[in-house]
Design a protein around this ligand. Structure first.
Ligand code: SF4
Ligand code: SF4
Length: 166
């Protein structure tokens, strides 16, 4: 009886070191290492930032304001995007447009990218397709919090200017 108890305690002692799990983990590591050495081109790792992943169509990146042919924002400052935004990170100041056929335009249009949750509601809510998230910029790095606030001029930058992620 006492021998059986000692044996059980001995088995638990070995288990408590998780030796079998360690061996299993090492086997997985070695298997991947050998596979990668045999076929380095099949490695899934991206050498960022030298290499950049190609994002699928529809992936939401940094916002951009769609310009009119004269370069001014297509936005009519209707506030729909700011109203629907769950993060309350869009700040718009509306002004009277000099063209009588256009009611209003954004004197100021800021998006705080640190608050934004990239839900895309602003894009969906816009009645005139004036804001999009197809800029192709997915990586953000700044030194100051204030630099994460994208202003109208930045948001109006053309797609070609946006094309190269920082
Ligand atoms: S993507 Fe969402 S959280 Fe970001 S600005 Fe648009 S509505 Fe607001
Ligand atoms: S919903 Fe569109 S038109 Fe209205 S304020 Fe936003 S970007 Fe401008």
């Amino acid at each position: 009886m006492s021998l059986k108890v000692e044996r059980v305690q001995g088995d638990r002692g070995v288990e408590s070191f998780y030796l079998w799990n360690v061996v299993q983990g090492l086997a997985v590591t070695v298997r991947h290492a050998v596979t990668n050495l045999r076929a380095p081109r099949a490695v899934q790792t991206t050498n960022y930032p030298e290499e950049k992943k190609v994002m699928p169509p529809g992936y939401r990146g940094k916002h951009r304001l769609v310009p009119r042919p004269d370069g001014s924002p297509k936005c009519t400052a209707c506030m729909m995007c700011a109203t629907v935004c769950p993060a309350r990170c869009i700040n718009i100041e509306a002004g009277e447009h000099p063209d009588p056929t256009i009611e209003k335009f954004p004197v100021q249009f800021d998006i705080d990218l640190l608050k934004c949750v990239f839900c895309g509601y602003c894009v969906e809510a816009c009645p005139v397709d004036a804001i999009r998230m197809d800029s192709g910029v997915y990586t953000f790095a700044e030194f100051n919090r204030s630099d994460f606030v994208a202003h109208k001029e930045q948001l109006l930058a053309t797609l070609s200017q946006w094309a190269e992620p920082r």
